[in-house]
Design a protein around this ligand. Structure first.
Ligand code: HEM
Length: 519
């Protein structure tokens, strides 16, 4: 009797849940029927459009590119469209006006499910936090990216750029080389020195365990994002890749924490001479060493104890993640494009000669950076064609009108930066590399939301100026001495868009180039 009552209750609960789910799905289906599909095929109950997705990430991204560029952005009406990822509808805005609605809103700031895989590593750092917490953190951290702080990092950019140049110089055309990992080690050294104040010497082959962990971690997260069954922590933790993930996580957190406590200890020791430990105009702590982001965060912690050591760890890890892969991809794609466009490379070389004369060794200064206008156009055009962050997401926190229809609260929205930047509507020849697209006269009159490599609005990239400065210093240092020649045809190197836009020619995931000395 007891069993049959239990069984009956179970059945009632199951049937009610199924009915609730069914009604909810029918309502959702009806609401979304106002939006055209972003993919050519039908969506079926439960699986949605998932049957159309290629397992091979390269083929998948190419297919998405055809669908979204042609169907969405180049459709006459440029309406936002829907894709059913299983039973979950995802809206892809198809015009800059809808993108502006989302990104410029001070209420639509939540990132959504796709970012969940980053949580174990980055916690509630600036990239992932939401609501009041995000607002408070953003306000706290914004002064850390003030120009005077960034200017104090310029020596670090120069130092690491020179090490990279020397590494390339010694190759001098003897071999083809995959530039991607070399540039990544360089940007990793830069971010460790600027975020943590620690020189980990990745370019020199030091700290191998940490370097391997940080590079592999991004790859593991990207892999995990693709397969929903890996999203469940309990399952993932039992699988070999989950075990590796957790081991790397431990290495990464251990390093960040040990640097934080080391720095905190040093700071406390210096408390006796507290006055000199305040940041000075050239970004040094007293006479000791350069300020790192970490020092600024420790100062915030001293003034406001509710900003805890764990909070600092989350922010430092967020900078470590956001601040090395993005810039490595951006610099590598610039070199790859220059290697395919010798006439553009020649113009960059000329500009460098005008600014630096015959001096190919001195450090790049803030004043030089201002003068390198054409290099700036090259960087921007590369970020148009190969935006380091190709897709960003939001989970709507309130009902929102897009393309004239209501999208209910809770819906996932994905903004395809890569697809937007390749649209014929906004760039006359979207697949042609043309830095002149960013000459002031050509930028004038362009809708501000058709070019958004750093996102836009209140939740844009806080590291944008840092990134542009770092890119210019590294490229100006490399290109004063070196010439780059790409060895893979452009059409063979398809970008794969996950967290970061990476190259793949189907054989290697690198950018293979010949590097020679400039005469
Ligand atoms: C070329 C280099 C870079 C590109 C293209 C880039 C792009 C972006 C984009 C598109 C976002 C928005 C992400 C989203 O909404 O999901 C973002 C956010 C962010 N970026 Fe960057 N980024 C770059 C470099 C950096 C650097 C060097 C740092 C730090 C030193 C950094 C720190 C951050 C942080 C902390 C956020 C989260 C901001 C917030 O939500 O308030 N980024 N970045």
């Amino acid at each position: 009797m007891a069993i049959s009552i239990g069984l009956a209750s179970l059945i009632v609960v199951a049937v009610s849940m199924a009915a609730y789910f069914f009604v909810r799905q029918v309502k959702l289906w009806h609401t979304m029927s106002h939006f055209e599909r972003a993919v050519p095929g039908r969506a079926y109950p439960l699986i949605g459009h998932a049957y159309m997705f290629d397992r091979d990430p390269r083929a998948f991204f190419q297919r998405m590119r055809r669908w979204f560029v042609e169907l969405a952005f180049e459709d006459k009406e440029r309406k936002s469209r829907v894709v059913w990822m299983g039973p979950v509808p995802v809206i892809f805005p198809g015009n800059p006006e809808d993108i502006e609605t989302i990104l410029s809103s001070s209420k639509l700031l939540e990132k959504g499910t796709f970012y969940r895989m980053l949580m174990p590593w980055l916690g509630d750092g600036l990239l992932l936090s939401k609501g009041k917490k995000w607002q408070k953190r953003r306000k706290l951290l914004t002064p850390s990216f003030h120009f005077s702080v960034l200017a104090s990092f310029i020596d670090i950019f120069n130092e690491q750029a020179q090490i990279l140049t020397e590494k390339f110089r010694t190759l001098n055309g003897q071999n083809s080389v995959d530039i991607f990992p070399m540039v990544t080690y360089c940007t990793l050294d830069v971010i460790c020195a600027t975020a943590m104040g620690k020189n980990i010497g990745a370019q020199k082959g030091n700290n191998k365990e940490y370097v391997q962990a940080i590079i592999a971690m991004s790859d593991l997260i990207q892999e995990r994002q693709k397969y929903p069954w890996l999203w469940i922590d309990a399952i993932y933790g039992l699988l070999p890749s989950g075990k590796i993930h957790n081991r790397y996580l431990e290495i990464l957190h251990k390093m960040t924490k040990s640097v934080i406590y080391e720095r905190l200890g040093e700071k406390q020791q210096m408390n006796g001479i507290k006055e000199t430990s305040k940041v000075s105009s050239n970004g040094t702590i007293g006479k000791r060493k350069k300020m790192a982001f970490l020092d600024l965060l420790l100062e915030v912690h001293e003034e406001d104890a509710s900003f805890t050591i764990d909070d600092i760890r989350e922010e430092v890890d967020t900078f470590m993640f956001e601040g090395h892969d993005t810039t490595a991809a951006a610099i590598s794609w610039v070199l790859f494009m220059l290697g395919h466009h010798p006439e553009v490379q020649e113009k960059v070389h000329k500009e460098l000669d005008q600014v630096f004369g015959n001096d190919r060794d001195r450090y790049v200064t803030s004043e030089d950076i201002q003068k390198l206008q054409y290099l700036g156009c090259v960087i921007k055009e590369t970020l148009r064609m190969y935006p380091s962050v190709p897709l960003i997401g939001r989970q709507l926190e309130e009902d929102t009108i897009m393309s004239g229809h209501m999208v209910p609260k809770g819906t996932l929205v994905i903004i395809g930066i890569f697809f937007l930047h390749r649209s014929l509507d906004y760039y006359p020849e979207p697949d042609v590399f043309n830095p002149d697209n960013f000459l002031p006269e050509n930028v004038e009159g362009r809708h501000p939301f058709v070019y958004i490599p750093f996102s836009a609005g209140p939740r844009n990239c806080i590291g944008q100026k840092f990134a542009m400065m770092e890119e210019k210093v590294i490229l100006a240092t490399l290109l004063r001495k070196l010439k780059f020649h790409s060895l893979q045809p452009i059409e063979d190197v398809n970008p794969i868009g996950n967290l970061i836009l990476r190259p793949s020619d189907g054989i290697s995931d690198g950018l293979i180039m010949e590097v020679t000395l400039r005469t």
